[in-house]
Design a protein around this ligand. Structure first.
Ligand code: UD1
Length: 419
């Protein structure tokens, strides 16, 4: 297992480019199951979650190949429709193969993802939607076995906005018989990216990016090519890295409109930022104000940036109230930040952060999930002394070469083996 060793106190400086979005590429990869032929994706981040998705596709009989900067996915007749527990337990997003498999072959068997570090994260809304589309479901030895011949369009009203649920149903509806209307659909940029690719393949989807999406099912889809959108969570993390280290960082190849709420909060805290079409630059600030944050579905403040923003607030002037409304147990980073000297009181879904400049001191800390790892690295950049972040494999699931990018900006960061 790897760990990250960070010597804090160095202001970051320079330009850094954002990789392709993890949360976009995963549904895009599973969408290939819907259409035979050669799919070609550009701007694919090399992440362990992407390798897990490729492994799963290969288990279904799909061929994959990296060619220069493109990932080719060759889909023929599928030889299996089972998503094994070994992969699903490592990556919850594996559940996104269910919609495409059901729509294309009329059957799917997917291991239930089980518990997760950030809460129970059920998939009931995915399953209810498939049932409304005519699927028969059975729970057998930890697997959901689904059959539908054929899958039929339906009116689906999600009672909670779910990103994965919206994506899974969108893919299923693209090849279902008749019209589907998804209400209270998620509006994240990754949903739009997926709908754009499905439409390129010949689907008929309207309204992606709004809360009502209409899908006219078509009989067949055809493989195409696509450039994955930039990762807004990585962009936000890099901006906060600039902010917390007191540096000047220009984050390039990103879409500022996808992180508008974060930019707004950083400005509210007193940071100066400039932005263009595909870049945002943050300027050095010696001290900053505490601001409150409540996570919400897009375009609200992203839950995937909550832990990183909390690290920034530990050094702010004043008290910040951070409310987590999306996940029930997403404050695992709090105790680790406290070990570094932060003053944070976690309550159920709310954390009160009493900021104080200079409070962070290097310490050995443990990463518990993907975004918590990023939060600890950000805190370490600003801390006095050396921090060792253990269990860094969480980070590798979702950030492409984060330590190399930070090192190029001047951070004293290196990867080493845990003893
Ligand atoms: C996706 C993102 C994740 C992000 C999250 C919220 C990917 C691969 N992951 O996760 O990074 O943090 O959106 O922006 O894109 N829920 C149910 N039943 C369901 C489905 C969801 O109760 O069937 C609940 C969840 O437990 C959670 C909330 O709905 O409390 C939102 O979850 P959802 O939007 O589905 O998150 P994911 O798609 O898993």
């Amino acid at each position: 297992m790897d760990k990250m060793i960070i010597k804090g106190g160095k202001a970051l400086n320079g330009n850094v480019q954002v990789s392709g979005a993890k949360n976009s590429v995963l549904p895009l990869l599973f969408s290939t199951l819907l259409a035979e032929g050669e799919h070609c994706f550009y701007n694919v981040p090399k992440l362990s979650d992407v390798y897990s998705a490729i492994k799963l596709l290969e288990a279904f009989g799909v061929e994959t190949e990296w060619k220069d900067d493109a990932l080719l996915i060759r889909v023929g007749p599928l030889k299996a429709v089972e998503a094994h527990y070994d992969i699903v337990r490592k990556m919850r997003a594996s559940i996104l193969c269910m919609g495409p498999l059901l729509a294309r072959t009329g059957e799917a068997s997917v291991s239930l993802p089980g518990g997760c570090a950030i809460g129970s994260r059920p998939i009931d809304l995915h399953l209810e939607a498939f049932q409304q589309m005519g699927a028969e479901l059975e729970n057998q030895s930890g697997y959901v076995k689904a059959k539908a011949k054929p899958l039929k369009g339906a009116q689906i009203l999600f009672d909670i906005t779910t990103v994965g649920g919206t994506e899974n149903v969108l893919m299923a509806a693209a090849l279902a018989e008749g019209t589907s209307v998804l209400e209270n659909a998620a509006k994240e940029p990754e949903i739009v990216d997926l709908a754009n690719y499905l439409n390129k393949m010949g689907a008929n989807i309207k309204g992606a990016g709004s809360s009502i999406i209409t899908v006219e099912g078509v009989k067949q889809l055809k493989a195409n090519e696509h450039h994955v959108i930039p990762d807004r969570i990585e962009a936000g993390t890099l901006l906060i890295a600039g902010a917390i280290s007191g540096g000047q960082v220009k984050v390039e190849k990103c879409r500022p409109k996808d992180i508008e709420t974060l930019i707004l909060k950083l400005r509210e805290a007193g940071f100066k930022l400039n932005e263009g079409e595909d870049w945002v630059e943050i300027f050095p600030q010696k001290s900053w104000r505490a601001v409150d944050v409540t996570t919400a579905a897009h375009p609200g403040f992203a839950t995937d940036l909550q832990a990183q923003f909390m690290a920034l607030m530990t050094l702010a002037e004043g008290t910040s109230v951070i409310s987590e409304t999306i996940f029930e147990n997403r404050f695992m980073h709090v105790q680790e930040l406290v070990r570094m000297g932060a003053n944070i009181i976690p309550k159920t879904r709310v954390a009160v952060v009493r900021g104080k400049a200079g409070c962070l001191k290097g310490a050995p800390v443990m990463a518990t999930d993907l975004r918590a790892s990023a939060s600890l690295i950000l805190a370490a950049l600003a801390a006095e002394g050396t921090t060792e972040v253990l269990r860094i494999y969480h980070l590798d699931r979702g950030y492409e070469k984060l330590e190399e990018k930070l090192a190029r900006l001047g951070a004293k960061i290196e990867r080493a083996k845990e003893s």
